[in-house]
Design a protein around this ligand. Structure first.
Ligand code: CA
Length: 524
């Protein structure tokens, strides 16, 4: 990356650069090499570094982000209306495993985590109550509140209570092929490593998604079978059905849930953090509220941290299908082998068909805020988004809501929508135990199940929201810090947060979004 005074150019072949200056640059400003701005250009937006002919490619990150619809003079503001978007790259004849970089291991890194029976590690010690259907959500919310108030003070090592509620479970085409997506998301959410293998299921009774279908016997290892049976477990699962005649009215239901929570809390409370290699970390990365500095500051710095994590033995998940689709050739060349490339293409192909079915295309991804922030289209956004996956080979691919399998380690692509809360929910289902989220426009995003580290792309946002943004990548735009330096800061922050030594702003405010399932199947 080349830093020219107040303009940032990402690649030698680029014919545009991005204005990094906080207040933008005025018309008539001499920027460098005699280039004079023909008009005012806001921060994050692009300037033509030379005359670009009609039909010529406009290049950023070394790739064509669009084609000029008419001549663009040097020093002009290159905005969305001047660009025709390139066609989507076909999903065939892609380069496979042609860009496999190796990096020296980063040994000796560790964090403090909670060991689970299946070998995974929690970064938080949370009690989760999962649900089969939305009908029970109100009762479970009140029960969770009572557990927090009446029981948690007696179990100081338990970090909190998470109610996994959702809009699924009944009134849905539960046998439709795509119904496996929301069902496995729910199943795998309950098995997130931050919930310590403790599963309490609240069911209504008559719903389509029966508890045995949500969590088949054997899918969860109960730690103490006797405790579970005493609390009413059936078929190896601890299930409470609200329609059970044993529960008299609303207060009877609450008493039953609160009473059944105790053995779970007791077991969780007895756990202690232990020093563990970074192999126990599963870091999910995504961005939201992106601007043109996302791909200049925060995402490249996060990419540097991702390379460090993978070198240190951690697992990292990146996602957001619609934001990587236009960079598919970059990803297929980083696929570890032909099978990983095949899985990657299969997921993108499925998503293309899903969008077509809904009458949408990839241009639907960019938001008004993205465009105001200088991102002309999805191609430009994709290039800035992919850099946060670092540079190392892609070791595995997960479908929407799939959980990490044994042996799936290193860098993985977890196919999810780009929508922040849906992506975060699906990464949590995949087994994420720390989340890093970059933002340029700003969002107060958080998750109850997993700590979310928010990284701003520009310092103005960090100053405007000092009690929401955990780390500022803005100094990169002013050439005050390098991408590698901020990457190392992010890495250190991840280890601190994972170890419980630091709480994120979202955690301090108890700020979290609803878990949001991805349901591509019909609702009836
Ligand atoms: Ca997102």
């Amino acid at each position: 990356m080349e830093q020219r005074a107040r303009l940032v150019r990402m690649h030698d072949t680029d014919n545009v650069a991005v204005v990094a200056t906080r207040s933008g640059l005025p018309a008539g400003e001499r920027v460098d090499d005699g280039l004079v701005l023909r008009e005012a250009v806001p921060q994050g937006h692009k300037v033509a570094l030379r005359r670009i002919e009609a039909g010529e490619a406009v290049r950023r990150y070394g790739v064509a982000i669009g084609y000029a619809v008419s001549v663009i003079e040097a020093g002009s503001w290159v905005h969305e209306a001047l660009l025709r978007m390139p066609e989507a790259r076909a999903l065939e004849h892609l380069p496979v495993a042609t860009d496999l970089r190796s990096a020296a291991p980063l040994p000796g890194q560790s964090f403090l985590g909670y060991r689970n029976a299946d070998g995974s590690f929690g970064t938080r010690n949370l009690f989760a109550i999962t649900t089969t259907v939305q009908c029970v959500a109100g009762v479970v919310a009140q029960a969770a509140e009572r557990i927090r108030r009446e029981l948690l003070p007696r179990f100081p090592n338990v970090d909190g209570v998470v109610a996994i509620d959702h809009a699924y479970g009944c009134g849905v085409a539960i046998d439709a092929p795509d119904a496996q997506v929301p069902i496995r998301i729910l199943r795998n959410l309950a098995r997130n490593p931050n919930f310590g293998d403790e599963v309490m299921v609240v069911s209504l009774g008559c719903e389509k998604l029966q508890p045995e279908r949500l969590l088949p016997p054997g899918s969860i290892a109960l730690r103490d079978e006797r405790d579970a049976q005493a609390a009413g477990a059936t078929s190896g699962l601890h299930v409470l059905r609200l329609q059970d005649p044993a529960h008299g009215g609303f207060s009877g239901m609450l008493d039953a849930i609160v009473g059944a929570a105790e053995p779970h809390l007791r077991r969780l409370d007895a756990r202690r953090r232990e020093t563990t290699p970074l192999a126990g970390l599963v870091v999910g990365v995504q961005c939201g509220g992106s601007d043109a500095l996302s791909g200049v500051t925060a995402n490249p710095a996060l990419g540097h941290a991702v390379d460090m994590l993978v070198r240190a033995g951690a697992t990292v998940l990146f996602s957001e299908v619609t934001e990587v689709r236009d960079g598919v050739a970059l990803l297929s060349s980083r696929a570890r082998d032909a099978e990983v490339a095949r899985r990657l293409v299969a997921e993108l192909d499925w998503y293309d068909a899903y969008l077509r079915r809904g009458g949408a295309d990839r241009s639907a991804n960019t938001t008004p805020g993205n465009k105001a922030g200088g991102l002309s289209n999805i191609v430009e956004k994709a290039m800035g988004s992919i850099v946060k996956s670092g540079t190392l080979p892609i070791d595995f691919v997960l479908g929407p809501g799939e959980k990490l399998g044994a042996g799936q380690r290193g860098l993985g692509f977890a196919a999810t929508p780009a929508s922040d809360f849906v992506c975060g929910t699906l990464q949590a289902a995949a087994g994420m135990n720390v989340h890093v989220f970059t933002t340029g426009r700003g969002t107060p995003y958080g998750l109850a199940a997993v700590p979310v580290i928010k990284v701003s792309t520009r310092s103005e946002l960090a100053e405007q929201w000092p009690d929401l943004i955990d780390l500022d990548a803005g100094p990169i735009a002013r050439a005050e810090r390098s991408i590698a330096e901020v990457g190392e800061q992010i890495f250190a922050c991840i280890v601190e947060v994972a170890s419980g030594k630091r709480r994120t702003w979202a955690e301090r405010w108890n700020l979290h979004n609803a878990l949001t399932l991805f349901n591509p199947a019909p609702i009836t």
